[in-house]
Design a protein. Structure first.
Length: 131
């Protein structure tokens, strides 16, 4: 694809997530970020822009939903940017975050033999995010 692909609609299979909760799909050498998509889902997305080797897109429709998809409890979800993963079950969010920390530590050569249990609370009404 070239820069002229902006606005094009694609069907993508999400195979991973970024740290900030965007779904990641791959097609050949192209990588697509799809906010609001969950690994395992097939989605319809519209290409919006490209930066470096990443295509940024907008989720239009979930064709095949993940077993972890839930309705976001906040009416402002996806508009305010405060909570990136409300569309996933709380249990899967905790697993994803634990896996992400383990992966990043492993990339730096840090081996962790025994993990403490994740800190969990009520699924909503908390704020433990720092940037």
């Amino acid at each position: 694809m070239n820069q002229g692909s902006n606005g094009k609609t694609l069907t993508l299979t999400i195979d991973n997530m970024t740290s900030d909760g965007q779904g990641v799909a791959r097609s050949g050498r192209d990588v697509y970020f799809v906010p609001g998509a969950i690994p395992g889902e097939q989605v319809e997305a519209r290409i919006e822009k490209r930066s470096k080797k990443i295509w940024h897109s907008r989720l239009l429709k979930v064709i095949t939903p993940s077993e972890y998809r839930v309705p976001a409890p906040c009416p402002h979800y996806l508009r305010c940017g405060g909570c990136d993963m409300q569309h996933m079950t709380y249990e899967r969010q905790v697993e994803f975050k634990q896996d992400r920390v383990a992966r990043e530590l492993a990339r730096q050569g840090v081996a962790v033999s025994d993990w403490a249990a994740p800190i969990v609370a009520e699924p909503w009404g908390y704020r433990r995010k720092a940037r």
